[in-house]
Design a protein around this ligand. Structure first.
Ligand SMILES: Cc1cc2nc3c(=O)[nH]c(=O)nc-3n(C[C@H](O)[C@H](O)[C@H](O)COP(=O)(O)OP(=O)(O)OC[C@H]3O[C@@H](n4cnc5c(N)ncnc54)[C@H](O)[C@@H]3O)c2cc1C
Length: 441
């Protein structure tokens, strides 16, 4: 059974023009379209499958500042406020709560790293509490184990991946925007070099602004426009169990296992950083740029199989705008979960939290996490195609920063004061052959 997702009924009437078209109905595209609609722009959000059905419903739901790279911290902090404000201003329920995030460890080097991060983040106004061994044992009482230390970030939280993107899409519709599912964007038309239209499988929408929030599909789409966007996906596996366990923390991260309470009371279980690399022609093409990332993360990675080729999202081929494209052949990327990871995850979770033995496995799934070479997203207008804004490569962090990233995208489209400094995210940095600093966490 795949990751749970709230299904949404949407219109199938494609407008022939719009002020802005957002391609991709994950959390990033949904929030971008929401903020554009709220500013009075006639906005259309088009999704080739179902709203939220790819990464945005397959994640753990962590919305965190804790351990964030300096380049991403500003947008993370703003996002937490925006998650709260979104629920107040729309009445839509994303399941967001500032329940705090708990990390426990017996590794002194890891604990020292958290303390360094605390020192870096404090002047920026981020509260995070280092835990002594006694405090860690108290907060982690459900483990029944002793810990050398830990960290608790009380202002961070979680939202519900099953509900969030659909809730934002409903808010877009309430505000007068248009959401269309089962509609793939095939490409972009230009006039005098500027975006003039988005071509979809169901017709053409004239527009001067096109936002590509296509997740793992972004690089292959960009390739059709002559834009080089180095991107690679890692297949990550997770499972959910039922709600019978009592007295567990809402969130708990250890190096062996991460546990998160879900909106339905059950728990998502996963092993942080562990993934399979399903090699594709695109990955081979961009391999040199990903070397620093690979050397930093390789311990948790294992070779995969043909799931990347089967997905079709990392194709190097060119497609025609009047023929069926890879996006229409794969409406929802639903890669196979890794069976060995499922077994190990479940076993480690029961060892860490014996109370979980009262629960049953409800769902098992995998998702392709789309990453950039430096682990920081690519957000910005592409200078060679004015009017085309790329917003992808969220590198395993995009759910939590969805509201801030969506707001920033709307700022870029409308030319308003940006929510945060957009420079660290600009995709122009990928044109530089120098290796950028890989995000720490
Ligand atoms: C197992 C797992 C755990 C994770 N845990 C966390 C976490 O705890 N916290 C966190 O912040 N992040 C987490 N992430 C990462 C997070 O889920 C992603 O960064 C985020 O969801 C990316 O959102 P997105 O909108 O960019 O992409 P997606 O959610 O993948 O959405 C992209 C959408 O674009 C659509 N699309 C693509 N091309 C086209 C086209 N041509 N036309 C129309 N539609 C198109 C796709 O169908 C898809 O629905 C996790 C990811 C995984 C897989």
């Amino acid at each position: 059974m795949p990751a749970p997702l709230t299904l949404l009924e949407t219109s199938s009437n494609l407008p022939d023009h719009a002020d802005a078209v957002v391609i991709g109905g994950g959390i990033i595209g949904a929030f971008a379209a929401y903020y554009l609609t709220r500013r009075g722009l006639k906005t259309v959000l088009i999704e080739k499958g179902r709203i939220g059905a790819e990464q945005s419903s397959r994640n753990w739901g962590w919305c965190r500042q804790q351990n964030r790279d300096a380049r991403e911290l500003p947008v993370s902090t703003k996002s937490l406020d925006l998650w709260e404000r979104f629920q107040e201003e729309t009445g839509e329920e994303t399941g967001f709560r500032r329940c705090g995030l708990l990390y426990l460890s017996n590794n002194e080097e890891e604990i020292a790293g958290w303390a360094r991060w605390r020192d870096f983040a404090k002047p920026l106004g981020v509260t995070t509490h280092m835990l002594s061994s006694a405090e860690a044992a108290e907060r982690g009482y459900a483990t029944g184990k002793s810990w050398k230390g830990g960290v608790f970030s009380p202002t961070d939280g979680i939202a519900d991946p099953a509900r969030a993107a659909p809730a934002v899409a409903r808010a877009i519709i309430k505000c007068g925007g248009t959401v269309i599912q089962n509609c793939a964007a095939r490409g972009i038309e230009t006039e005098g070099g500027r975006v003039s239209a988005v071509v979809t499988e169901h017709g053409t929408i004239r527009t001067k602004a096109a936002v590509l929030a296509g997740g793992a599909w972004a690089s292959s789409f960009c390739r059709q426009l002559g834009i080089r966007f180095p991107q690679a996906s890692i297949r990550s596996t997770a499972l959910s169990v039922s709600a019978e366990a009592e007295g567990l923390p809402d969130t708990l991260h250890t190096s062996g296992i991460t546990v998160t309470r879900r909106g339905d009371g059950g728990f998502t279980l996963a092993i942080s950083g562990r993934g399979r690399v399903d090699v594709t022609p695109q990955q081979i093409r961009f391999a040199p740029q990903f070397l620093p990332m690979f050397f930093k993360r390789w311990r948790n990675l294992a070779p995969g199989g043909l799931e990347g080729i089967r997905g079709g999202h990392e194709t190097l081929s060119r497609w025609k705008l009047d023929e069926k494209t890879p996006m229409e052949r794969m409406r929802i990327l639903d890669p196979k979960p890794d069976a060995a990871t499922v077994r190990l995850t479940h076993q480690r979770a029961l060892e860490l939290l014996p109370e979980l033995s009262k629960t049953k496995i409800q769902a098992v799934w995998a998702g392709f996490i789309d990453t950039t070479p430096d682990g920081v997203p690519g957000i910005g207008e592409i200078s060679t195609v004015p009017g085309f804004i790329l917003a992808a490569g969220f590198s395993g962090h995009g759910f939590g920063v969805g509201p801030g990233a969506g707001h920033l995208i709307a700022d870029i489209v409308t030319g308003e004061e940006p929510l945060v400094d957009p420079k660290p995210y600009h995709p122009d940095r990928f044109n530089n052959s120098a290796w950028g600093k890989v995000a720490d966490f």
